[in-house]
Design a protein around this ligand. Structure first.
Ligand SMILES: Cc1cc2nc3c(=O)[nH]c(=O)nc-3n(C[C@H](O)[C@H](O)[C@H](O)COP(=O)(O)OP(=O)(O)OC[C@H]3O[C@@H](n4cnc5c(N)ncnc54)[C@H](O)[C@@H]3O)c2cc1C
Length: 499
């Protein structure tokens, strides 16, 4: 308690101290990227009296991979959609007391019907058993994989196989199909291409926040978290001037931390130059992988480069379909089970192969007329390269192939797809630990390490991939933004600001 009071007094003293300095005397802080990490860092810094800050954002909007947009008379999320967990999740902690979140009951939101590529449906009680089996195996995996240096596939494939062979009703071919189905469901949380390339440590090292994995935003979208961080919600009069300090369409092309005056020189694609005492870099791991050689002057230290190369960026895509009326069973998603011969046919046809990575058509909470197709890994990357109408037509034909015999499927009234991989400001969906990360022995905290000048952090890194416990998530991104804000708050708590 005593420490808390002392810390609060420090913060009050810091704010008073900063407010007494003119803006020009305050340390200049530039944040690259207005995603959740950047907005979180800016909001916290602003609240602690650091008012000389600017966010440079490449896109024409804020939010990054949190992208809530209007579609078919409701808000939908093109990026982050569910709050993963409750306890220890910063998003849940700040949004739940405002009554904005819904925690589904029991398996609510996870239930699914399974149909095969010949159009037959597995009995609903078997689908329920399979969901239970899937959840049970996932639950024991945490302990079983501890200290394991292999891949997730090494554990999950034989484990699912053993459990499935207990069913008299499934022959070996169906078991094979079901294992593939489980692989699709398992890897969707990592956006990897397959589970043989996801390290077991990815599963064990990620710190689950206890509680539901699919807490939803009711009729709002995940973008509401940005309003809460900027204090625009719940009371717009208290909004912090973060938007006023954000320059959109400003893609940073170089961060020069070699300047002689101990400042960082930042250049954007529209030829603007900025100097800063500190810069917080938040673009995705995908962007860093593509641009680390040109983005920084001088080149980043070898350990940082090795980490950027060694951590992995996954791909995932969504296609939303809107219908006049729902024709599917309420609150049950539709999962695809491939027949072996059909699978082989699609595997051997380069133009159809991507459809094998479309694993489900999911119901969307509070949007009764929408279905959301989820596409993993390589299929997501390929889908993005197709003309829009072709991607929609092929995905809809797949829906019809699997489910057309069981339901009266109507023509969609609208569709919308994502393009996280083709967009150069993202180059993927979210990071994960692959077998390559294992072999390279690289870790998120190395990515998070700041570059120092005279012991002072001048180039700092935030973003989901820098979070060693909650990578790949919105709450992980926000935690990382707060972490870097705290680093500066601490620095100026102990330093004479006039220096
Ligand atoms: C399809 C999909 C589904 C997801 N589902 C969930 C989910 O259900 N729950 C969950 O918790 N998470 C989910 N995520 C992950 C979550 O959205 C991300 O982890 C999180 O948003 C990352 O935030 P960030 O601030 O680290 O990065 P970003 O959101 O990528 O922000 C970085 C910002 O930097 C900008 N930028 C890039 N390059 C430059 C440059 N050179 N100059 C200036 N600006 C630049 C970008 O435009 C972007 O705005 C999902 C992501 C995707 C793609």
């Amino acid at each position: 308690m005593g420490n808390v009071i002392i810390h609060r007094l420090y913060n009050v003293a810091l704010i008073v101290c900063l407010i007494h300095l003119t803006l020009g005397d305050q340390p200049k802080i530039i944040i690259i990227g207005a995603g959740p990490a950047g907005i979180a860092a800016a909001s916290k810094l602003y609240e602690h009296g650091f008012h000389n800050l600017t966010i440079l954002e490449a896109e024409s909007r804020i939010g990054g991979r949190v992208y809530t947009t209007w579609f078919d008379e409701s808000w939908v999320d093109l990026g982050g959609q569910s709050v993963h967990g409750e306890t220890g999740n910063i998003v849940f902690q700040i949004a739940s007391p405002l009554g904005l979140l819904e925690v589904p009951d029991g398996n609510g939101g996870l239930d699914f019907n399974i149909h095969d590529s010949k159009g037959s449906q597995l009995p609903v009680d078997i689908a329920d058993d399979l969901l239970e089996l899937y959840l049970n195996v996932s639950a024991i995996a945490e302990k079983a994989l501890e200290g394991n240096n292999g891949s997730m596939g090494d554990f999950f494939a034989p484990e699912f196989s053993r459990e499935l062979l207990k069913y008299q009703t499934f022959n070996e071919t169906v078991v094979k199909g079901l294992i593939k189905m489980f692989e699709g469901l398992t890897i969707s949380t990592d956006s990897a291409d397959n589970w043989n390339n996801i390290s077991a440590k990815n599963f064990v090292g990620y710190a689950d926040c206890p509680g539901s994995e699919i807490v939803n935003w009711k009729d709002r979208g995940y973008g509401t978290i940005l309003d809460i961080l900027m204090k625009k919600y719940p009371n717009p009069e208290e909004e912090l001037p973060i938007m006023n300090n954000t320059l959109l369409n400003s893609e940073v092309v170089n961060v020069n931390y070699n300047a002689t005056d101990k400042k960082v020189l930042i250049e954007t694609n529209n030829g603007q130059k900025y100097t800063a005492d500190h810069v917080i870099v938040t673009p995705s791991l995908g962007v860093l992988k593509e641009q680390y050689e040109t983005l920084f002057t001088p080149q980043l230290p070898e350990s940082k480069v090795k980490t950027i190369k060694g951590l992995s960026m996954g791909s995932a895509a969504k296609i939303y379909f809107a219908f006049k009326e729902p024709w599917w069973p309420a609150n049950r998603s539709l999962v695809l089970l491939w027949d072996e011969t059909d699978r082989r046919e699609y595997e051997n046809d380069p133009s159809k192969k991507w459809l094998l990575d479309l694993i489900s058509f999911t119901v969307v909470p509070h949007r009764p007329r929408l279905l959301r197709a989820w596409i993993n890994g390589a299929g997501a990357r390929y889908m993005e390269t197709l003309p829009e109408s072709q991607a929609f037509d092929e995905a809809f034909a797949l829906l019809d192939k699997f489910f057309g015999k069981s339901y009266n499927i109507t023509k969609p009234t609208g569709h919308l797809r994502t393009n996280w991989n083709t967009n150069k400001h993202f180059r993927g969906a979210y990071s994960f630990r692959s077998m390559e990360s294992e072999r390279a022995d690289v870790w998120a905290n190395e990515l998070a390490a700041p570059l120092l000048l005279d012991g002072k952090p001048i180039v700092m890194f935030a973003g989901e991939a820098t979070n060693s416990q909650h990578w790949s998530t919105v709450h992980g991104a926000i935690d990382s933004g707060f972490r870097e804000a705290d680093r500066l708050i601490e620095l100026y708590n102990t330093k004479n600001l006039s220096k």
